[in-house]
Design a protein around this ligand. Structure first.
Ligand SMILES: N[C@@H](CCC(=O)N[C@@H](CS)C(=O)NCC(=O)O)C(=O)O
Length: 238
C-alpha cells in the first residue's frame, strides 16, 4: 500500500496518474494547504520539504519498513523503478525519459506556476504593483516551452516515443494552463493532450482526486480559487 499525501494540484496529479497507470494499491491522504498542514511533517508522512506530493510506500522493495519519498520527479522515478513500468531500462531510452522528466520539473512546472500566479493572482493580491513585465516574461517563457514540446511531438506520439513517466509529469500542467495564443497554435500538443486525457487511468485519477475536498482551492466562503479542477474536467470530457 502507498499513501499519497494529496491536494488537488498539478504536481500531485502527476503522482496519482502514475499510481493508477501502474495499478499500485494506494490511498489519498488529504492535506489542507490553506490550513498550513503541509508545514507539519507529521501530517505529511514524514515529508520535510513543506510541499505536496509526498508518498509513503509501506511495502518498499528492500523490505525494510515504510519509506517516504518527496519531490514529484523523484516519486515518479521511484515508482517507475519499483514497477519496471513507464521507465525504460535501456540506456538511451531511459536517459531520454529522465531528460524530459527533468524538463518538466525544472521547466514547464515552475514556469507554468509563475505564469499562473502573475496572470491570475498578482493583479488581485498586489493591484498597486505594475506586474506587466513579470506577466509578459512568464507568458513568453511558457509559450516557448509549449513550442519546444510541440516540436518534440511532431514525429512521435509521446515525449519519448512510448508513453512514460515524463508524459505523466507534464500532462497536468498542460491540462490546466494554455499559452496566450491558445492551444490551436500547438496541434501536436493538442493531439498528445487529448490522447492522455482519454486514458482510463488518467480519468480515474481525476475522478478520485476531485471527490476529495482538501480545502486548498476554496476560500472561506467556499468559492473556488483554483479553477484547475474545472479545466481538467473540460479536457477529460472532450
Ligand atoms: N518541486 C516540487 C514542487 C511541489 C509544489 O510546489 N507543490 C505545491 C502544490 S502544487 C505545494 O505544496 N505548495 C505549498 C507551498 O509551497 O506552500 C515537486 O515537484 O514536487
Amino acid at each position: 500500500m502507498i499513501d499519497l499525501f494529496f491536494a488537488t494540484s498539478p504536481n500531485v496529479y502527476k503522482v496519482s496518474i502514475a499510481l493508477e497507470e501502474m495499478e499500485l494499491p494506494h490511498r489519498l491522504v488529504p492535506v489542507d494547504l490553506s490550513q498550513g498542514q503541509h508545514h507539519d511533517p507529521a501530517k505529511l508522512g514524514g515529508g520535510v520539504t513543506g510541499k505536496v506530493p509526498v508518498i509513503v510506500d509501506h511495502s518498499p522493495a528492500d523490505g525494510q519498513g515504510p519509506y517516504t519519498v518527496v519531490e514529484s520527479g523523484a516519486i515518479l522515478q521511484y515508482l517507475g523503478e519499483k514497477t519496471g513500468r513507464f521507465l525504460p531500462s535501456t540506456m538511451r531510452q531511459r536517459s531520454d525519459v529522465m531528460q524530459w522528466l527533468f524538463w518538466q520539473v525544472g521547466g514547464i512546472g515552475p514556469i507554468g506556476g509563475q505564469t499562473w500566479h502573475f496572470r491570475m493572482f498578482a493583479p488581485k493580491i498586489a493591484p498597486h504593483f505594475d506586474n506587466s513585465y513579470a506577466m509578459s516574461r512568464y507568458d513568453t517563457m511558457f509559450a516557448k516551452l509549449w513550442r519546444t514540446m510541440d516540436d518534440r511531438l511532431a514525429d512521435r506520439a509521446y515525449l519519448c516515443g512510448d508513453y512514460s513517466i515524463a508524459d505523466m509529469a507534464t500532462f497536468p500542467w498542460v491540462a490546466y494552463l494554455e499559452p496566450q495564443d491558445g492551444i490551436d497554435a500547438y496541434p501536436n500538443v493538442r493531439r498528445w493532450r487529448d490522447a492522455i486525457a482519454a486514458r482510463p487511468a488518467v480519468r480515474a485519477a481525476y475522478a478520485k482526486g476531485e471527490a476529495i475536498d482538501t480545502g486548498y482551492e476554496r476560500n472561506e466562503k467556499g468559492v473556488s480559487l483554483f479553477p484547475w479542477e474545472g479545466l481538467m474536467q473540460h479536457v477529460i470530457a472532450t
